[in-house]
Design a protein around this ligand. Structure first.
Ligand SMILES: NC(=O)c1ccc[n+]([C@@H]2O[C@H](COP(=O)([O-])OP(=O)(O)OC[C@H]3O[C@@H](n4cnc5c(N)ncnc54)[C@H](O)[C@@H]3O)[C@@H](O)[C@H]2O)c1
Length: 409
């Protein structure tokens, strides 16, 4: 459909730093590369400081600004609310938006607690009955190589899955003088590496296998227990008094940077788990893997073959087909850039690579298509709740020193 002939879909977004920039780019781009039935419009951007949100809106292409998310929800030109703020804001904003009849895209992890995630899932179910849609932002599902991996697993190409081996490794807080940004405070983030990056590999493991975890044994650790208070923070950067790491926004909580505070979340979480279908899984999520910047790696071993992925080679998928002749069988590197691969027909000729930001454009395109088709998007809030139950089980197990923690249905 020609862009000019499409009805608009007004988006209102909360938060304008790391994910705010990634989502803004996605809303600007999705309708230009994908033939969408509705044209996303960047209607209004919400933050707490008028000067900073106005500056961000101008930079990222938003038409209007608000400084209170309730005012954003009240706007007639906002039909979809995109939540790109920390976890402690997700439940209030998402539930109010859904009850007000606005579609919702909520960043991961869905919430900070299982109770919040349950309330959000109930609100999403109420809203779906009225044609109001919701999605949680597990954006790695939109990496074409991982969507292809899901397709291969679902088609039985690796047979029955026996092992899932997943790690998500970062190193941005190895320095003990890195400031106490919101991600290191339990009341803002819910948990640390566990909820931030562990949530991604838990969702990915459940998505790729099409199965659910039934319980875990876990260890968590906080290596640096006290840090300087921040004067600025955004995404994975921040600065404390007397040093700067490129933070671009006033720190949440109005800290003046004086003094130090307690880290109240995990720095690393390691756990093993069982899937309902019998597979065994191992997970490692850490912000202390010195030298590893954003290494999400996942491998599946099945009765007929294996698949392996590394985010640092985002356009590639390794596939071992165990049914091939032993003389020539071996892991092959699939360059996932063919127009037959998920999402790739919208982009460049084969071999012309895509990047991190494309996953958010795919997420926006999928959500718009689902809204227009009146169908429930995935990952749903129920999928987000399923991840939250795993995170909660990890924390319960770690609190007992690694005992078995079952995950309720
Ligand atoms: N999908 C992914 O891969 C991915 C990657 C990074 C972050 N995230 C998630 O996105 C969310 C935001 O993370 P981020 O890295 O963008 O954080 P950030 O610190 O870069 O930005 C947070 C934004 O929220 C705003 N904010 C904070 N409290 C607010 C409030 N009460 N009302 C309005 N605005 C408020 C801040 O001003 C800021 O603009 C988190 O849930 C995080 O887990 C997802």
């Amino acid at each position: 459909m020609p862009v000019a002939a499409r009805r608009g879909l007004g988006v209102g977004m909360v938060g304008y730093a790391f994910m705010g920039a990634a989502h803004s780019h996605a809303w600007r781009t999705a309708g230009r590369f994908f033939d969408l039935p509705l044209a996303p419009e960047l209607a209004a951007l919400c933050g707490r400081s008028r000067a900073e949100v106005a500056d961000a809106a101008e930079r990222m292409g938003w038409r209007a600004v608000e400084t209170d998310w309730k005012a954003l929800l009240a706007r007639d030109d906002v039909e979809l609310v995109d939540i790109c703020s920390p976890g402690d804001t997700h439940a209030d904003i998402a539930i109010a938006a859904l009850d007000a009849g606005k579609h919702v895209l909520c960043e991961k992890p869905l919430a900070n607690t299982v109770d919040e995630a349950r309330a959000m899932t109930a609100a999403a179910q109420r809203a779906a009955a009225r044609g109001v849609r919701s999605m949680v932002g597990f954006s790695y599902r939109r990496v074409p190589a991982l969507a292809l991996a899901r397709r291969l697993v679902a088609a039985g190409r690796i047979g029955e899955v026996r092992h899932v081996r997943a790690v998500y490794l970062q190193d941005w807080i190895v320095d003990p003088e890195f400031p106490l940004v919101w991600r290191l405070r339990r009341e803002a983030a819910g948990s640390g590496a566990l909820g931030d990056i562990g949530a991604h590999i838990v969702d990915m493991a459940q998505y790729l296998t099409g199965d659910v975890l039934t319980g875990v044994n876990a260890l968590t650790e906080t290596f640096v227990r006290e840090r300087p208070l921040p004067v600025a923070a955004a995404g994975l950067s921040g600065s404390a008094a007397g040093r700067s790491d490129g933070g671009s926004e006033s720190a949440a909580g109005g800290s003046n940077g004086a003094g130090r505070g307690a880290v109240t979340v995990d720095d690393a979480a390691l756990f093993v788990g069982r899937f309902a279908g019998g597979a065994l899984a191992s997970f490692e999520a850490t912000r202390f893997a010195t030298g590893r910047k954003n290494a999400l790696r996942i491998e599946l071993n099945g009765s007929r073959g294996s698949l392996a992925f590394d985010l640092e080679a985002l356009n590639e998928l390794e596939f071992y087909d165990g049914t091939e002749d032993a003389d020539t069988a071996g892991f092959r590197r699939i360059l996932v850039t063919e127009p037959t691969h998920p999402y790739l027909a919208a982009w460049w000729p084969p071999g012309h690579l895509i990047g991190y930001e494309h996953t958010f454009t795919h997420q926006a395109a999928d959500l718009v298509n689902d809204i227009a088709a009146d169908r429930d998007p995935v990952p749903s809030f129920a999928d987000g709740l399923r991840v939250q139950l795993v995170l909660d089980a990890v924390q319960r197990s770690a609190a007992t020193g690694g005992g078995w923690a079952p995950i309720p249905d």
